[in-house]
Design a protein around this ligand. Structure first.
Ligand code: MOS
Length: 773
């Protein structure tokens, strides 16, 4: 989905929130920006944190889906007779008996805009065709295996996107223009220096540790779904619509999530199947999506093909920039991978065109994956920039510094805060870029690693800085603790901790007395954990909620007869470090707030918090930026390549929790190594099956593949974002990593890899050619 559409979607889910005026940036504090351990860490490390598949209930049954073994065609018949006779079998659902289900409608977004098991048409391998429910997981698995499905199969289309020639722009099936200025064709044609190259990125599959799961419990007309979701509020809206259940009868619980990477943003059909099975049986039902099903039924990053044309002067001024791209999508949905997310504003150029098109394949529906659009898009843009630098005989850092701009030339708005230049400069310094000698294969290691060739590469990163609406409730309690709640969720990124830090910062209440409650759709509506917007969205609501709770508290203090502040005006009082005191006196003279609440015999002093989308987003172009520097070690004798070092500098506004932020970006660097060297979902052209659908064959980096990682944040608050000045750092760390690595691969080997991932086959030529280097 387009980033702006994504943000608009997040915002529309919170239509009752209103923008508030920009506040002055809050003062630096000892808490904000500190290296804070996760407040939920002990729960996770002791195994007591409850994930969706961990919930067990008396009389719970287990559901196992049956997956299509063709990728294109129709179900002719489903024979459940053998399965029904197996021990423990309770229910078998298929399109003939599932009963009425509805589309998700305008209130929310599901990943597939049609109900589960809605007809007999198969459009991708692994598509659910039935569901077996039994007393135990083993019995349900046996029943699923015993269901006989006859198909009328047609040849599936799963071929790589390059197999279809790209039609002309504007032609039927050809790319449509997304962004255009000047006359990029003419400017390219007359440019003294030209780059014209096509880059491809493969299908990548989200592989969070925790697989998708639903546990459904009906109590009469009311249902609770324990889910692994990046958006409890949206999941609630979608499931209420699909199941035809009044909103107040449905609750989504997602207390802990073993990550999602975007795959858990929008509900998938297994959630519906589990809820329907539990409704029909009037028993709790659990459904855990298998690792194999993760490769076909819950989304992926689509493959892309991107033709880049760059025209420049011999001094490195960009005269024209063109990105014409396509991505594949499913038969069911038009999902555009927004590869031009950053292209129109990253570098200064008068002439530009970004165009996009879709190619339909028999695959499951694609969905956002960490840095959707920008990550594959920047692989093409930044690779082409590296090729341009080489053609110009210019340093690639210098080329980029010369093209920096503080105005978004797409929208003609100023950037709220753009420090790409500083990212490149600090990164160069930390990486030791000045030691680079530009000639291919000219650098060597010395020392314990032996005699290896070194390659250095650089690329820039960018990701949108969005902020949607959010609400929360803050309750100061008589035991001296504070409870803060919001229907957002922590997908593992540290949202519990970020909220606790902000509340502690504002109230002086220590972290161990702050109870953050998230992951429940019945709480005040909060943001999705998506688009790197959760922190930026929720913090302004928390600020408002804490302010209102303190107002309530001071009112109580002045209106309670046996309070030391009885009869005073609330304006004369202050709340510091958990104590109420006269503004004219030191906080240490004050009374702990719990005492006042106990004197008043009140269960709490509550404040509701609310914030809207960013009121400054109209006038400013708001993005985060970064620079990635990669070093590879290349042994031509045995064609062995290793990413040895990555330095990253991120301009993501103010950093709230340095530990969590560093962890986010370091994790993204490792994911970037995977994108550059390993990750690729491969489809069998005969069956249409994703054939490397397991952790053994779908290669993700291990600790042994991880480079030395050095993460830096500029930590410059963006006052146009919120009073905390925090943007988001969940996704930007991945942007630019792969092109920095392939630039380094070129520098080491002389091989320009334009098709990810880099394979040994790509490098063998260099290995042979350069054996005697
Ligand atoms: Mo992110 S792809 O918005 O989870």
């Amino acid at each position: 989905m387009h980033f702006s559409e994504f943000i608009a979607f997040i915002d529309s889910a919170q239509s009752n929130a209103h923008p508030e005026p920009t506040e002055p940036i809050s003062e630096p504090s000892a808490i904000i920006g500190s290296f804070a351990p996760r407040v939920d860490g002990p729960l996770k490390t002791t195994g007591t944190a409850m994930y969706a598949g961990d919930y067990n209930f008396p009389h719970m049954a287990y559901a196992v889906p049956v997956c299509a073994t063709i990728a294109n065609g129709k179900i002719r018949s489903i024979d459940t007779s053998a399965a029904e006779k197996l021990p423990g079998v309770l229910l078998i659902l298929h399109h003939g008996n599932i009963g009425p289900l509805y589309r998700s409608g305008p209130d929310g977004r599901a990943s597939e805009d049609r109900p589960a098991l809605s007809d007999n048409i198969i459009s991708y391998y692994g598509q659910y065709v039935a569901l077996a429910v039994a007393e135990t997981f083993a019995q349900a698995s046996a029943a699923a295996a015993a269901i006989r499905v006859q198909y009328a199969a047609e040849k599936p289309s799963v071929s790589p996107i390059l197999d279809d020639p790209m039609p002309a722009i504007g032609a039927p099936g050809g790319p449509g223009i997304e962004s255009e200025r000047g006359n990029s064709d003419a400017a390219f044609a007359s440019s003294p220096v030209q780059i014209d190259a096509t880059y491809t990125t493969p299908v990548e599959t989200h592989n969070p540790m925790e697989m998708h799961a639903t546990t459904a419990v009906w109590r009469g007309p009311r249902v609770t779904l324990y889910e692994s979701t990046q958006g409890v509020v949206n999941h609630h809206n979608v499931m209420a619509a699909i199941l035809g259940v009044p909103h107040e009868n449905l609750e989504i619980i997602s207390r802990f999530i073993g990550s999602g990477f975007g795959g858990k943003l929008f509900p998938w059909p297994h959630s519906t199947l589990c809820a329907v099975a539990a409704r029909q049986l009037a028993r709790p039902v659990k459904l855990v999506v298998s690792r194999k099903m993760m490769f076909s039924d819950v989304g992926h990053r689509p493959c892309t093909q991107q033709r880049m044309r760059l025209g420049a002067t011999s001094q490195g001024k960009l005269l024209s920039l063109q990105q014409d791209y396509r991505n594949h999508t499913s038969e069911l949905e038009d999902i555009r991978e927004n590869c031009g997310e950053a292209t129109p504003f990253l570098y200064s150029t008068a002439n530009l065109r970004v165009s996009s098109g879709l190619v339909r394949r028999n695959v499951g529906t694609p969905t956002p994956m960490r840095g959707p659009g920008a990550v594959p898009g920047l692989f093409a843009v930044e690779s082409a920039m590296d090729e341009l630098a080489i053609k110009l005989n210019m340093d690639p850092v210098q080329l980029r510094l010369g093209l920096d701009t503080l105005t978004d030339e797409e929208s003609n708005k100023p950037f709220s805060s753009r420090h790409l230049k500083e990212c490149l400069q600090l990164g160069s310094e930390k990486f030791g870029w000045s030691k680079r000698t530009p000639q291919v294969g000219s650098m060597r290691t010395s020392g314990p690693d032996g005699d290896l060739i070194l390659g250095y590469g650089v690329a820039c990163a960018s990701w949108g800085a969005g902020r949607g609406g959010a609400q929360c409730s803050v309750n100061l309690l008589p035991d001296g603790t504070v409870r803060v709640s919001s229907a957002t969720q922590d997908i593992g990124t540290g949202t519990y901790t970020v909220i606790a830090l902000a509340v502690s910062d504002m109230t002086g209440i220590p972290l161990n007395k702050i109870d953050v409650v998230l992951g429940d759709s019945s709480l005040p509506p909060g943001p999705m954990s998506g688009g790197s917007t959760a922190t930026a969205s929720v913090l302004p609501a928390i600020v408002d909620g804490v302010d209102n709770a303190i107002k309530t508290l001071l009112g109580i203090a002045t209106h309670t007869p046996n309070s030391p502040f009885s009869g005073q005006h609330p304006d004369a009082l202050a709340f510091t470090n958990g104590r109420i005191h006269a503004k004219s006196q030191s906080p240490s003279t004050g009374t702990p707030f719990g005492e006042i609440l106990r004197a008043a015999n009140l269960a709490g002093a509550r404040g509701e918090g609310k914030s809207g989308g960013n009121p400054n987003a109209e006038k400013y172009s708001m993005h985060s930026f970064g620079a990635q520097f990669a070093e590879v070690q290349w042994d031509p004798g045995i064609a062995h390549l290793r990413v040895s070092r990555v330095v990253t500098v991120i301009d993501g506004g103010r950093i709230i929790n340095r530990a969590a932020a560093t962890n986010q970006v370091a994790g993204a660097i490792v994911m970037g190594v995977g994108m550059a060297l390993f990750e690729e979902t491969i489809y069998d052209p005969r069956s249409g099956a994703p054939i490397n659908s397991n952790y053994a064959d779908y290669i993700v980096p291990t600790s042994a593949d991880a480079p030395l990682i050095d993460v830096h944040f500029l930590d410059i608050p963006d006052p146009l974002m919120s009073s905390y000045g925090a943007r988001g750092i969940g996704e930007i760390g991945l942007a630019g990593v792969a092109p920095a690595i392939t630039a380094a691969v070129y520098h080491a080997t002389g091989v320009r890899v334009r098709e990810l991932p880099v394979r040994i086959e790509h490098l063998l030529a260099a290995s042979t050619d350069r054996r005697n280097l």
